[in-house]
Design a protein around this ligand. Structure first.
Ligand code: GLP
Length: 239
């Protein structure tokens, strides 16, 4: 596991460079993408590089980590909407090659199909992750089995509270989500995790220095051969 500590601005730039390098080498790369406030700086940087003609997604495919159950892509808090707004509509990726797990309809069936699509695409080349305050990755809450693939999950009270700031009230935060599993994430060829701010420091410390424990899902990343944690000083403050 590689750990890089820098300012949020430099982290966004360094992480964006990872996409430039990957897409130069493999224009049809399969990208595992993430939502939340953390990747916004990175997506802004990627859009800037795209506008400068330094990166193209024309042949790339993407698979997002997760989606709320019950929200369709037109809901402004759905992760599909977030991705369209913050990245997909601003670069040259083919919209048909952008995938977000389906939060409506038969969730078990959507999950099964999602894994099949990732496999058919050849697997994920680089997976981007944020970090939940309780150490979750995607929506894999503490206790999610190592062998999990895309599945429906009940959100913890902690996660619903943390995400309530985006909704009118906590009652509007969905109770369930569909998320790639721990195994789906670990199958990626390389992984980059970004964590910013003091409220991530404890989860970062447990994930990096603690024992590998399914109760801290991100600690499992210690077992992956190619992981980089990009942290600001606050997120790294307990290391
Ligand atoms: C949500 C998402 C995660 C994300 C986490 C942290 O729970 N499902 O993928 O990493 O929030 O969000 P933020 O980056 O806003 O702190």
């Amino acid at each position: 596991m590689k750990i890089i500590v820098d300012t949020p601005e430099n982290i966004a730039k360094m992480a964006a460079e990872r996409y430039v390098t990957l897409l130069n080498k493999k224009p049809d790369a399969v990208l595992g993408l993430a939502t939340g406030s953390t990747p916004l700086g990175l997506y802004g940087e990627i859009v800037k590089l795209y506008n400068e003609g330094k990166i193209s997604f024309a042949e790339a495919k993407s698979f997002n980590l997760d989606e709320y159950v019950g929200l369709d892509g037109t809901h402004d808090q759905s992760y599909r909407y977030f991705m369209n707004e913050n990245l997909f509509s601003k670069v040259d990726i083919n919209p048909d090659e952008t995938h977000v797990p389906g939060g409506k309809g038969d969730i078990a069936e959507n999950a099964k199909k999602y894994e099949e699509m990732i496999a058919a695409a050849g697997g994920i080349d680089m997976q981007l992750l944020g970090l939940g305050q309780n150490g979750h990755i995607g929506f894999n809450e503490p206790g999610t089995p190592l062998a999990s693939v895309t599945h429906e999950i009940e959100l913890t009270a902690n996660t619903r509270e943390a995400n309530a700031r985006f909704f009118a009230s906590i009652d509007d935060v969905p109770t369930h989500a569909i998320s790639m599993g721990i195994k789906s994430v670990m199958n990626a060829k390389s992984i980059i995790l970004i964590a910013l701010g003091k409220n991530k420091a404890e989860a970062v410390a447990k994930s990096v220095k603690g024992e590998v424990d399914v109760m801290v899902p991100a600690s499992v990343l210690q077992l992956h051969p190619d992981v980089t944690f990009y942290l600001d000083a606050e997120a790294a403050s307990l290391l």
